[in-house]
Design a protein around this ligand. Structure first.
Ligand code: 2BA
Length: 108
């Protein structure tokens, strides 16, 4: 068994969770926050049998889109001058997925 942890954008989460569960996989959704943008995203955790990993990952790939967002950063402070906020474009994935070996799994 593998543990798949996928960080996805909030806008993709509802459809993705729907598709994951409708295909018979189990999933836990955790609300999370990206360290860089400091905005909300979702972390999905699933225990998946080894031979299902590729299928599961393709569901993620097909339901998550890369998007560009604008992040405002502060320019450096030059004495005597105002700090001018500068917008930058950031590409936010799709999805970032980690696949880990599971030593044991029990359901009671
Ligand atoms: P955030 O940390 O809010 O990052 C959002 C997007 O900002 C990233 O998209 C990336 O394009 C950009 N970014 C992040 N850190 C940056 C930096 N130091 N300099 C310039 N640009 C930067 P993604 O890479 O698709 O990541 C989306 C979200 O997935 C991240 O949100 C974070 O919550 C999570 N994530 C991505 N890689 C991770 C990792 N290696 N470990 C843990 N979480 C990760």
């Amino acid at each position: 068994m593998k543990l798949i942890i996928a960080i996805v954008q909030d806008v993709d989460t509802e459809n993705l969770v729907e598709e994951i569960t409708s295909k018979g996989y189990r999933v836990t959704k955790i609300s999370s926050t990206g360290g860089f943008l400091k905005s909300g995203n979702s972390t999905l955790v699933s225990g998946v049998e080894d031979d299902q990993v590729d299928k599961y990952l393709s569901i993620i790939k097909n339901n998550c889109k890369t998007r560009e967002v604008t992040k405002t950063i502060q320019t450096i402070n030059i004495p005597g001058q105002a700090m001018i906020p500068m917008p930058i474009q950031v590409k936010v994935g799709g999805a970032n997925a980690f696949v880990m070996n599971v030593e044991d799994f029990k359901r009671y």
